[in-house]
Design a protein around this ligand. Structure first.
Ligand code: SAM
Length: 521
């Protein structure tokens, strides 16, 4: 008997690497799976009859997909909890993560493939069966899982958690899917389609309206529309984890020992492709925090830009108008503490205001205050009271699709229009709240022109007491290299040239937008 047949190596990895029915799964450090099945013929003729117990890594992925489609859950929040609940080791956790995120990101394309293999509309399928099928498609077409293992294990999962009847349907459909590889499926799905947006939508698994919006955003920022492919591909890549050491408080030495490398975009940052953050004491104590490098950079740009509001020499007052859950507020408060300034962090949702308090807990408490309330009231209640104001506006989050795999299919074009009035009112309130000579940063983690440039242009049109500050130059100054090149120097519309946009395919950050507006005085 070989070590694979005896299951020794799987036992060493936590004891659940052995496929029921003969095959033994082996996952490498990245969670990729090879199958050394001893019963290939049996499983090919009667998959699912061999495998009756769900593989824990696939079960985790299935549970997350169910939570996302049935309960509107967020995969990035549910997945870590399920991994802990099922006690997955590092390799199985890697496999579960790749399977979950991959199946969710490519859902639209996989559903189009499945629609050609199922004899009824997908909407008439039991949603649990559809989720199992999506997991099967991802294993068959996009992971290095051998075909027989993908079939056997997915059918086994369906048998274990849905029932014997549905597992027969899953088997039949996945066999049809397995008859072609991904590129053959994409050629078939896009046959006869000449429209660039439709083609990109299928090939890169983004809804058409998002492809269209991204193309418009590239053009509005003076970039070439051909970059769309790289941008959509960057959305589909596994995101890196970025850390920030809060200035004056945090130290990255521990993170560097744990395989993080120094970030190149912004000071005091580190990045890694993964790892167990809970093991880092500095993360547990809150002096080192997980934060996208683009978010760090826009916060630093606001903290560093020149203001002329502090003529009386008193300490600066800063405002974070939309602070929950507190990522940028923590960095701003730490920077404020270093400059003898003070931060008011505002958030209307009480549970999110609590998260802001937690995020700020490691920072000297005399440097900040949390307010629970509507940011639209602050301009009226505290006119001309703040030197620097951040409006990190509620937005569609289209710039963070890498980290929120289900979001592209959940968001709708109508969300953009619905958010517009709130974004405009928050920016108006911020402009009322800032002192003459002070600066407001209008920020979104979306590059959609209607949420970014259009909101800022509307505000500029309505007021005579404000001017744009060069946000690209402010990002450059705040960055490590001094040359981020996120400004729109080549934008066709002169007003757009003062606004800046970070891009996942260029800056390896979320697609953060920033405009800096100074009140004259
Ligand atoms: C993009 S998030 C902010 C992220 C945060 N700045 C960070 O870095 O962690 C937008 C926030 O605006 C809040 N929000 C929604 N309506 C608001 C309002 N009327 N006034 C102020 N904030 C609001 C949301 O609850 C959400 O927490």
């Amino acid at each position: 008997m070989t070590s694979e047949q005896s299951g020794h190596s799987s036992a060493q990895r936590g004891g659940h690497g052995r496929a029921q029915g003969g095959g033994v799964r082996r996952r490498d450090d990245a969670g990729r799976e090879r199958n050394r099945s001893t019963t290939r013929n049996k499983t090919e003729t009667a998959p699912g009859q061999r495998t009756r117990v769900a593989d824990p890594a696939r079960l985790v992925a299935f549970e997350v997909l169910r939570a996302v489609s049935a309960d509107d859950a967020y995969a990035n929040l549910v997945l870590p909890a399920r991994i802990r609940k099922h006690g997955l080791d590092r390799r199985d956790a890697g496999f579960a993560t790749e399977l979950t995120y991959g199946a969710l990101r490519a859902q639209g394309t996989y559903d189009a493939i499945l629609a050609t293999c199922v004899d009824r509309p997908l909407s008439e399928l039991d949603p649990a069966i559809l989720d199992a099928l999506r997991l099967g498609v991802h294993q068959l077409l996009a992971m290095r899982v051998p075909t027989h293992a993908a079939l056997d294990q997915t059918v086994g999962l369906a048998r274990a958690v849905i029932g014997a009847g549905p597992s027969g349907l899953v088997n039949a459909v996945l066999r049809k899917v397995a008859a072609k590889d991904l590129s053959e499926w994409l050629i078939e799905l896009s046959a006869g389609i000449t429209d660039e947006v439709k083609k990109a939508s299928i090939e890169h698994a983004h809804p058409e309206w998002i492809v269209r919006s991204m193309r418009q955003a590239l053009v509005a920022h003076g970039r070439d529309v051909s970059e769309i492919t790289a941008l959509l591909e960057a959305d589909n890549a596994a995101p890196v984890v970025n850390l920030v050491a809060l200035p004056g408080l945090g130290d990255l030495a521990e993170a560097f020992e744990a395989s993080f490398t120094p970030g190149e975009l912004v000071a005091d940052s580190a990045l890694s492709s993964g790892g167990d953050l809970g093991r880092l004491e500095s993360v547990r104590e809150g002096t080192v925090r997980v934060q996208d490098a683009g978010s760090q950079l826009v916060a630093r740009a606001l903290a560093g830009v020149e203001v002329t509001s502090g003529k009386d020499g008193s300490e600066e007052r800063w405002l974070d108008l939309c602070a929950g859950p507190g990522g940028k507020a923590a960095l701003l408060a730490a920077l404020a503490a270093q400059k003898n300034a003070w931060l008011l962090a505002n958030e209307p949702a009480p549970h999110r205001a609590k998260l802001v308090e937690q995020a700020l807990a490691a920072i000297p408490h005399d440097s900040w205050t949390v307010r629970t309330g509507d940011g639209r009231d602050i301009g009226r209640e505290h006119p001309g009271a703040f030197d620097r104001v951040l409006v990190d506006a509620p937005c569609t989050g289209l710039g963070a699709l890498r980290r929120r795999p289900e979001s592209r299919w959940r968001r709708k074009l109508s969300d953009v229009a619905e958010l517009g009035p709130l974004q405009r009112e928050l920016l108006a309130s911020a402009l009322d709240a800032v002192k003459p000579g002070g600066v407001v940063a209008y920020v979104t983690c979306s590059p959609h022109v209607a949420e970014t440039i259009a909101v800022v242009e509307d505000a500029m049109r309505k007021r005579t007491d404000v001017e744009l500050v060069d946000a690209g130059a402010a990002l450059d100054t705040a960055s490590l290299s001094g040359a981020v090149h996120a400004g729109n120097t080549t934008a066709a519309v002169p007003g757009h040239r003062m606004m800046a946009q970070l891009w996942p395919h260029i800056h390896q950050s979320d697609a953060m937008f920033i405009a800096l507006i100074r009140k004259n005085g």
